[in-house]
Ligand binder design. Structure first.
Ligand code: THU
Length: 160
């Protein structure tokens, strides 16, 4: 028997002001699109903003459905939109923010497992890391230099 240890590393910023203007702008667009989320069932609103290497910013918010599993998270709404509109572009950075209508979200909200898998697909496709920033409604912002930090031992096309 042997053991392996896989480490993940994140940077933590206490306030948005600590981040470069480009990221502040990306996060503020994520906040604006978050407010437009369609989340009548959970009242949990999520916004995602993606910066592409062609300079475009693509936005997504969660879209819920009365048949609950038919809804989709903000991150996948955003990344699938980027992949659809600009299939040749690389995704450089992604900002994510979540806020509940029922209680203030004060901790960074990381993307769910299914979103991590979807983001991983694009990181592998483009062969360059996607930098990810995530936060709640207020409070600290976590930064990951690559999706890999969020998904150790990821499943990808090399196993097919
Ligand atoms: N949600 C997201 O949009 N992103 C995540 O990574 C986690 C969850 C959405 C899905 C659902 O509309 C609501 O938040 C509650 O789970």
């Amino acid at each position: 028997m042997k053991k392996i240890t896989i480490t993940s590393s994140f940077s933590i910023f206490d306030t948005l002001e600590e981040l470069p203007n480009e990221i502040q702008n990306l996060m503020s667009q994520a906040v604006e699109i978050r407010k437009k989320a369609y989340a009548p069932y959970s009242q949990f609103k999520v916004g995602a903003a993606l910066l592409l290497d062609n300079g475009k910013i693509i936005l997504g918010s969660n879209q819920e459905n009365a048949a609950y599993p038919s809804g989709l998270c903000a991150e996948r709404v955003g990344i699938f939109q980027a992949g659809s509109i600009y299939p040749e572009a690389k995704i450089l950075k992604m900002a994510i923010t979540a806020a509940s209508d029922t209680n203030q979200t004060q901790v960074p909200i990381p993307p769910c497992g299914a979103c991590r898998q979807s983001i991983a697909e694009y990181e592998i496709k483009q062969d360059t890391p996607i930098e990810i920033y995530f936060m709640g409604e207020i409070g600290a912002i976590y930064q990951s230099a690559s999706l890999k930090n969020l998904l150790p031992l990821m499943f990808d096309k090399k196993f097919l």
